[in-house]
Ligand binder design. Structure first.
Ligand SMILES: [Zn+2]
Ligand SMILES: [Zn+2]
Length: 302
């Protein structure tokens, strides 16, 4: 039984909140828009913390370097870019990002950047957004991901949260339509204890009720998996109704946790769940591998 809570919401609002999985009387913020420079700074710091003695140390540090560059570009005051569509503005971000970072990255990445052709960049971005990368795309993909994230995060930050409608039972980002990278159980006054899905592209977070499958909406077949030796801050919510899973970052168990960074560092859980036949619902754009039709590229090792 639930205690009766004072409910001052109108019937329409109550219904809309129920659709979004929210309880009238307790009014969590349905959408949290990003602060571009901050989100990338926090990510860089978290990646460096997680990189210590990690099997993917080189890769995590490489993504941290990219996150630094993303933060630098996001902090610039370039009002004309805000008015451009993120679908085209990202090319300016790509130029700015690679100019700033090209001397700092490992040699193979330096070579790929030196040889890049504008048409190739365009084509790789299209394949990337469709999740169909080829083996030869992998050297440039992280930089293209980074530029797309900067442009789309700037776009998300320019929106008004109250204008954005969160659809119930839909995993896609309400701003850009992309898949979440992971979910996070937040701490803090406004959203503490609530689950938010975090966008893999524009860094918007949107509320989703806990203990309900994000893919199919069922609550019967849910269970949780984690790898105890690797800590309890990241677990996977698995659904036996639709055989999908989404990682969940528990902010109370890991001060400084950041969804993309913590998801990346917990790749071991993806491997475990793939062996058990579960399909990932989340997408980490720094873990994209080549499509089967491409060549046999494996995990990139920045
Ligand atoms: Zn988004
Ligand atoms: Zn499900």
């Amino acid at each position: 039984m639930q205690p009766t809570t004072p409910n001052t919401a109108s019937p329409d609002l109550s219904e809309a909140m129920a659709d979004a999985g929210l309880k009238p009387g307790r009014s969590p913020v349905p959408v949290l828009l990003p602060d571009g420079a901050l989100v990338f700074r926090v990510r860089a710091e978290r990646l460096r913390t997680l990189a210590k003695d990690h099997p993917l140390q080189d890769w995590l540090e490489f993504v941290a370097l990219i996150s630094d560059a993303q933060a630098d570009i996001s902090a610039r005051d370039l009002p004309q870019w805000v008015e451009d569509s993120p679908a085209t503005a990202w090319l300016d971000d790509f130029a700015a990002l690679t100019a700033g970072i090209k001397d700092l990255v490992p040699t193979p990445a330096q070579q790929a950047l030196a040889e890049n052709d504008p048409q190739d960049i365009h084509d790789i971005a299209a394949r990337l957004l469709e999740g169909r990368l080829k083996g030869q795309d992998l050297a440039l993909a992280p930089f293209i991901v980074a530029a797309l994230q900067v442009a789309w995060t700037r776009h998300a930050a320019s929106q008004q949260a109250e204008d954005i409608h969160v659809q119930s039972r839909e995993g896609g980002c309400p701003v850009c339509g992309s898949a979440p990278v992971a979910s996070m159980i937040h701490i803090g006054m406004e959203s503490g204890g609530l689950r938010y899905l975090h966008c893999s592209l524009c860094n918007t977070a949107w509320h989703h009720v806990r203990t309900t499958c994000v893919a199919c909406g069922e609550d019967k077949g849910l269970s949780y998996r984690l790898i105890e030796e690797l800590g309890t801050a990241v677990r996977a919510e698995t659904c036996d109704c639709c055989h999908s899973y989404l990682k969940q970052v528990m902010a109370d168990k890991a001060p400084g946790a950041e969804p993309l960074a913590d998801d990346l560092a917990m790749l071991a859980l993806d491997i475990l769940l793939a062996e058990d036949g579960y399909q990932p619902l989340g997408v980490n754009p720094f873990l994209l591998l080549a499509d089967e039709d491409g060549d046999d590229a494996e995990q990139p090792d920045g």
